[in-house]
Design a protein around this ligand. Sequence first.
Ligand code: CA
Length: 233
Amino acid sequence: MNKTLILVVEDDPPVRNLITTTLKTNDYRYLVASNGEEAILEASSHNPDIVLLDLGLPDIDGVQVIQNIRSWSNLPIIVISARSEDNDKIEALDAGADDYLTKPFSVEELLARLRVTQRRLSFMTAEARTAGSVFVNGKLRVDYAGGCAYLNDEELHLTPIEYKLLCLLSKNVGKVLTHTFITQNIWGRSWENDIASLRVFMATLRKKLEPEPDSPQYIQTHIGVGYRMMKVE
Ligand code: CA
């Protein structure tokens, strides 16, 4: 049995029905909320495993819901936004959302996002059990204490910025990190040219990390949004 508990926050009944029907047929348990106040109440009283959160809610802003939940919990939040709300999506990721779905989305996309988040959850639980000083993902190994990284047991020769980037991505594996979040963490600021530099450093990091840079296995690009390290089986 899957029985992961999902909190579905969506005010639009047809979209909500599509989501809950998909969850039901795929053996997920779910709760529903149709506005932000209800979402906060349901999240705090039922402790769901994952929240699916529409950003355009009738009462409070979806970003405020994220900020509220983040003040007491790290539970994964996947935001749902319309294409016209691209800035809201980035704001939501910066406020602590883990991932996003853009409307209209397919049932397959929804299930794929849930699987990514579940893999992240089980990885984080395992990581918590093993103190987490070494990160292993597929053939990649990052030794945080030793300050070095390996691919296929061979040490990667990374510049300090590339190494910082790799650590940031690996510590947030499975999560979409925005350009602003990354540049703030690496350079402590987020100017236009920092985002341009980020692209350059990401390209050189990928050349060292990805066997086939044209079909990256480890680092996914989210155009106009940021990057995510994928959990490799
Ligand atoms: Ca809505």
